[in-house]
Design a protein around this ligand. Structure first.
Ligand code: CA
Length: 220
């Protein structure tokens, strides 16, 4: 799940970045409206958290242009208490929801879950395949009924592979969908996460669930 945080207030932007990253989302930050449109033009975000009062291009205009460009992810506006007119305008321009500042981080997390469920993206109900059961609401995994404890990132990896079961997924695709722009495409991060994931999944089982196909990628 990729999230774009658009917020010109640095301290709030980095708090949201840290919090959402901790939940396992791939987070990018834009500090003005123009940067937001640039980033959204090149990356298929699942959700945009959009401050309305922004330098260069304001949030309502960002929202309008995103929808005009057929952006299909969720848009959650972050607004001032007094901004009723803006909120209505934003909803009219295609925003899905809004939060009034200051808000609790847990509330933003809940809105993101709700919006992405509505959009039908990764946070679907439990996914089960080949003896595996994945619950994206709790990050709980079971293999043949045995609980497996995964980090949020490992869960996202496994969920992505399970959703595309039988298809070899190249490392670049995993980086694009699960990490964010700070991720160096030449790092060992995917490999390291994949090794940990495999170790946890295979613990106590004979058959390995994830196969590496040389030059093609990983397949479940
Ligand atoms: Ca602002």
């Amino acid at each position: 799940m990729r999230v774009l945080v658009v917020e010109d207030e640095q301290s709030l932007a980095s708090a949201l970045d840290r919090g959402l990253t901790k939940l396992g989302y791939a987070v990018d930050v834009a500090y003005d409206g123009e940067e937001a449109l640039d980033k959204a033009g090149g990356t298929p975000y699942d959700v945009v958290c959009l401050d309305l009062n922004l330098p260069r291009v304001d949030g309502i205009e960002v929202c309008r242009r995103l929808r005009a460009d057929r952006f299909s992810g969720g848009i959650i506006m972050l607004t001032a208490r007094s901004g009723i007119k803006e909120r209505v305008e934003g909803l009219d321009e295609g925003a899905d929801d809004y939060l009034v500042k200051p808000f609790a981080f847990s509330e933003l997390a809940a809105r993101i879950r709700a919006v992405t469920r509505r959009e039908g993206s990764p946070l679907d109900p439990v996914l089960s395949t080949r003896g595996l059961e994945l619950d994206p609401n709790t990050n709980l995994v079971r293999r043949e009924g045995v609980s497996i404890h995964l980090t949020p990132k490992e869960f996202e990896l496994l969920y992505y592979l399970a959703k595309h079961e039988g298809r070899a997924i190249p490392q670049e695709e995993l980086i694009e969908r699960i990490w964010d722009e700070r991720m160096n495409p030449f790092t060992q991060t995917v490999k390291v996460h994949m090794n940990n994931l495999r170790r946890k999944l295979n613990d106590g089982f004979e058959e390995s669930m994830i196969t590496t196909i040389r030059g093609k990628g990983y397949v479940l």
